[in-house]
Ligand binder design. Structure first.
Ligand code: COA
Length: 166
């Protein structure tokens, strides 16, 4: 069985992430979407909220070979614990490439069984990022074009409550 892991912060999940999930689900027997902690970023949504959003979006799309989990620690170790040899990552632009290249090399150094497969994002979502969604949502803008329809209201409500301190 070919198992892959799609790790990310998903703070929150966007339609760009969903596009990668759809396409990876067709390539592997099983895909685990893994919500991790990027220590260089301050998260807005808790890991539980991010997992819940992903589970709801994936259920709404009827993706039966995809599960969602939160992980702690190194992604290379987590992949090994699932017997998964492939990490999936989305590439939006050349600007993503350098950090993704570094992360793929580091992960392979930590776990020699693990390879990273890059999926080039759909051109429609090239500009999209979770921070863009967070920023538009903070100011009460319409985020419904950027996140799964079933989550738009909850994400918008939550972001409006989370106004920055100034
Ligand atoms: N469509 C839209 N947006 C996309 C995207 C796509 N296809 N692909 C990436 N992005 C955006 C995200 O929205 C996010 O935007 P933001 O920076 O504005 O929040 C950004 O690209 C990257 O985020 P994401 O892919 O969700 O995760 P990340 O790069 O923050 O995640 C971890 C990194 C969690 C996978 C990594 O830090 C990790 O594994 N940490 C655990 C510890 C570890 O193993 N560290 C060593 C790694 S070598």
């Amino acid at each position: 069985m070919k198992t892959a892991v799609y790790p990310g912060s998903f703070d929150p999940v966007t339609l760009g992430h969903m596009d990668i999930i759809h396409r990876a689900a067709l390539m592997f027997d099983h895909l685990t979407v893994a919500v991790g902690i990027n220590i260089n970023k301050r998260a807005t949504f808790s890991p539980e909220e991010r997992v819940d959003f992903l589970k709801r979006a994936i259920a709404a799309e009827g993706l039966h070979n995809v599960t969602v989990e939160a992980y702690h620690g190194l992604i290379a170790d987590y992949a090994a614990s699932l017997n998964a040899n492939t990490l999936v990552r989305g590439l939006r632009a050349m600007s993503d490439f350098e950090s993704e290249f570094q992360m793929a090399l580091a992960n392979r150094r930590i776990n020699q069984q693990v390879d990273t497969a890059f999926l080039v994002t759909n051109v429609e979502y090239m500009y999209l990022s979770s921070s863009l969604v967070r920023e538009i949502g903070h100011y009460g803008g319409d985020i419904s074009e950027f996140v799964p329809q079933c989550l738009a209201e909850d994400i918008a409500k939550r972001l409006k409550q989370n106004k920055p301190n100034i």
